[in-house]
Unconditional design. Structure first.
Length: 88
């Protein structure tokens, strides 16, 4: 099997800013189809761990308020308040 990338997992560094975050995302994309057990797959796994750690710390996804989540769900499902009221 021909090696597509010259892989050295030891040259990886923590992601500390947006520039290196973008660079890591760019590097991840062509590795998506790397077969398990290859150096490319190992690099993909490590890059994903680094990206997730950076995003967890610097770009957290905040949970919505419960009422806002219900309203969003209803609107995206095409439901109205009348749909939820019991029939009399």
């Amino acid at each position: 099997m021909q090696q597509i990338f010259e892989v050295n997992v030891y040259d990886l560094q923590p992601i500390r800013d947006r520039e290196t975050h973008r660079a890591a995302l760019t590097e991840i994309e062509p590795l998506f189809d790397a077969p398990a057990g290859t150096p490319e797959f190992d690099r993909l796994e490590i890059l994903v761990i680094l990206v997730e750690a950076y995003e967890r710390e610097h770009e957290p996804i905040l949970l919505p308020e419960p009422i806002e989540a219900i309203i969003y769900y209803m609107e995206s499902s095409g439901l109205t308040r009348q749909d939820l009221e019991p029939a009399m």
